[in-house]
Design a binder for this molecule. Structure first.
Ligand code: PLP
Length: 589
């Protein structure tokens, strides 16, 4: 039998005719067929003249994911099969998604939407949820790893939360005034997190927005430092991107530059950026940090954050720790307890909200007092002593959500270490076991991806994990992996953040691993990954990237000399190499 590399050589050197090549191709076993096709793709996409060199080296290289523009008829046929399967499995969901859009406005519906895949990209309609599972209206059952964006530490509707809510429903839920749950929940929250005072908001976004207001009120300064890659909700107060010259820019339609101008966007973990905080300390009211960014869980810059803490203490700047996702996930005292870096203020939501719409701000009395003026005695002459910053909201202390919060905090306290210090992040914390299971699952999948050479890793921190598609982060392959997982009974999140919960059994975890592996194997078999010769391309790009950073910002300094010839040449190369990447590449043999 003719060796596969020989056939390839003959085809690319046009030594044999198309017909003969096809005959050879037909004779190959399935596995070798797909190997040959990916080799051919490499050859065609890179327009190489010779294929005889580096074969053994290429075998070691990471594969590349096919992009939307590279989809060929074979891929399209497979996508069509998937669409038919999904339509057969979930017809009612598809119909509902179609009907729903007339009246229901939903940005998530169009996030990640790809023309080539849109038949696959409809939302399921769930009929029930319970523990680690979701059920759709077509009768399918899914293991849920979206876990309601990280809310469900105990899985969907654990009994203790259901009972607490139902009790409160029976008694009524007055929105104005206090209920018993309010004082009990705030006391327990402070005890578990170690923060002095706490308030409730209607969402996480609102908690962050108000925390920023407290920082401005307390310092009488304006600027807020945020870090690239962090997410703090969608309020204009905390949304800006950084351009290549380090300027903060408004992120999109409806967002105005004046808000972005009040934000300083820095690199998370870059010690050099600390000098910016130091130099501009007189303007900076607060540094807002997502200590482990859900979008970059592998970036855990403890030493950097310690330096930020030191600097903020010295310079009268508030450190606001946004523990919306990490709070009660690594320990009761969150990343602040784990790393021993306490914020002046911290924001929470998700887990301690027990599945209800809520958020919390907690922190030092001296800062929290900017909300209510501080404590006083009803029976003497004392009065609130601190000037107040405006904050209110119809549902801030909705008793139904407070009942859920009290129930979940009580359960967390019960399950926590029996050690005296309940806020300790010690190994006996009940969260450790779940986080260890997450680590093992992710590590097993990462070694699988490595063995297969696919450009995919899972980043993780505690029970949070995130699939990262390295060469085409939001491309068709990512979407296809998630659709295949859905077809095989595992439901992921459109936001990309996935979570294990205490409701996931070991059997569920095994199923998740099996389904992820199966999805990747299927896509490999269908040639959605190909061997790339892009090392040189990457080198060129890196070179060009560094060139771009040396190009003067002519907006700031119109007198600057114009872009030099060699810089222009490199830019041209970058554009050409990008164009090459986007050319439609079809395998024709
Ligand atoms: N901060 C962080 C770190 C978050 O992850 C989120 C939401 O995911 C928010 C703030 C906003 O919270 P919400 O969606 O409740 O408004």
């Amino acid at each position: 039998m003719i060796a596969i590399d020989d056939i390839l050589e003959k085809i690319v050197s046009k030594e044999i005719e198309k017909k003969e090549a096809l005959r050879f191709f037909e004779e190959l076993p399935e596995k070798e067929k797909s190997y040959l096709v990916s080799k051919l793709k490499t050859h065609l996409s890179n327009n190489a003249n010779s294929v005889e060199n580096n074969f053994s080296e290429k075998k070691e290289r990471t594969l590349k994911a096919v992009t939307e523009l590279q989809l060929n008829e074979e891929h399209k046929g497979f996508i069509d099969q998937m669409a038919q399967k999904l339509e057969k499995n979930a017809p009612k969901s598809k119909e509902n998604a179609s009907e729903c859009q007339t009246y229901f406005v939903d940005q998530r519906r169009t996030g990640g939407l790809k023309k080539a895949l849109k038949r696959l990209q409809f939302h399921l309609t769930y009929s029930e949820c319970d523990g680690a599972y979701l059920y759709d209206i077509d009768g399918n059952k899914y293991i849920d790893i979206a876990s309601d964006n990280g809310v469900n530490l105990f899985g969907h509707q654990p009994d203790f939360i259901k009972e607490a809510i139902s009790k409160r429903l029976d008694k009524g839920y007055p929105l104005v005034g206090y209920t018993e749950e309010l004082s009990q929940a705030t006391k327990l929250f402070s005890e578990l997190t170690g923060h002095e005072r706490v308030l409730f908001t209607q969402s996480g976004t609102e908690a962050v927005m108000w925390a920023v207001r407290i920082a401005r009120a307390a310092t009488q300064k304006k600027k807020i430092v945020i870090f690239e890659g962090a997410y703090h909700g969608l309020s204009d107060t905390v949304l800006a991107a950084k351009d290549q010259f380090g300027n903060s820019i408004a992120m999109g339609l409806g967002m105005i530059q004046e808000f972005a101008d009040e934000l300083i966007v820095l690199d998370y973990g870059n010690m050099e950026d600390l000098s910016i905080i130091e130099d501009r300390a007189d303007e900076i009211a607060g540094v807002l940090v997502e200590p482990v960014q859900s979008r970059n869980p592998n970036n855990q810059p403890v030493e950097f954050l310690k330096e930020v803490r030191k600097l903020t203490l010295e310079k009268n700047i508030l450190l606001i720790m946004d523990e919306m996702i990490t709070g009660f996930r690594v320990s009761c005292s969150g990343v602040q307890g784990l790393w021993k870096i306490k914020g002046d203020l911290a924001t929470y939501g998700k887990i301690p909200a027990g599945g209800m719409p809520s958020g919390m701000i907690a922190g030092l009395t001296k800062y929290m007092n900017y909300v209510d003026g501080g404590t006083f005695d009803y029976d003497d002459e004392s009065m609130p002593s601190v000037k107040k910053a405006l904050m209110a909201g119809t549902h801030t202390r909705n008793p139904i959500k407070l009942a859920a919060t009290l129930a979940i905090l009580t359960e967390i306290k019960k399950r926590s270490s029996t050690s005296e210090n309940k806020t300790d992040e010690s190994n006996s914390c009940f969260l450790q076991e779940l986080n260890e299971k997450t680590r093992l699952m992710c590590e097993e999948l990462n070694s699988f991806f490595k063995t297969k050479n696919v450009p995919l890793i899972i980043e993780y921190f505690s029970s949070l994990f995130r699939f990262k598609f390295l060469d085409d982060p939001n491309g068709v392959v990512k979407e296809l992996v998630f659709v295949l997982m859905r077809i095989n009974g595992v439901e992921t999140s459109p936001s990309g953040n996935c979570f294990l919960t205490l409701a996931h059994s070991d059997k569920d975890i095994k199923s998740i691993i099996r389904v992820v592996k199966k999805s990747i194997d299927t896509l490999m078999k269908q040639n959605f990954f190909y061997i790339s010769d892009s090392i040189e391309e990457d080198e060129i790009k890196e070179d060009i990237r560094s060139t771009i950073s040396t190009i003067p910002d002519m907006r700031n300094d119109p007198e600057q000399e114009s872009i030099k010839n060699d810089q222009m040449e490199k830019l041209r190369k970058l554009i050409i190499s990008d164009l090459n990447n986007f050319q439609e590449k079809e395998v024709t043999i």
